[in-house]
Design a protein around this ligand. Sequence first.
Ligand SMILES: Cc1cc2nc3c(=O)[nH]c(=O)nc-3n(C[C@H](O)[C@H](O)[C@H](O)COP(=O)(O)O)c2cc1C
Length: 171
Amino acid sequence: MLEVIRQRRSVRTFLKRDVEKERLNDVLKAAMFSPTARGLRPWDFIIVTDDKTKTQLSRATPYASFAKDAPLVIVICYDASKGKRFKEDCSICAENIYLEATNQGLGTCFIQIADGTEANEGNPEDFVKRLLAIPGNYRVQCLMPIGYPLKQPGPHKDEEFEEGKVHYGRF
Ligand SMILES: Cc1cc2nc3c(=O)[nH]c(=O)nc-3n(C[C@H](O)[C@H](O)[C@H](O)COP(=O)(O)O)c2cc1C
């Protein structure tokens, strides 16, 4: 497991190659096997493959431009009316997507949806909700473009393990 975690990097360039349905399903399975507060499983996943919609998504924030180049984008959203810890649940679920994508030879990247552009009046979440007809009571967690990496960033290195960040007993 540590090897997959080590290899997991944010991938922002993709080959022009479709992701097989079985691989996508395994990635979504990993997402839905995530732990959730009180076992509430608040998520919904929107799979976007349409070029025009991906281009729109890539304009949601200044840091999302590469979303249009992936064969598909998973949009993670959740029903905010049903509980309180859904942001945490969906963050963990995004990490499971990262890890299973890596395990499948795919790449992905978490794209936050909080800091917008002038074009969407600084509110990328509402922009994405309108674009994808997401119900009003839902929040959007993030966008995760997925595909086969064109450039795979190198793995994490042992030097990133900082012993000084670990405190035993008290700070
Ligand atoms: C909460 C969160 C928000 C992020 N938002 C973006 C984003 O909007 N655009 C982007 O290109 N990368 C985004 N990233 C990816 C980070 O830039 C990346 O994880 C970080 O640079 C470390 O690199 P690594 O994932 O390859 O280990 C985000 C990551 C997290 C956890």
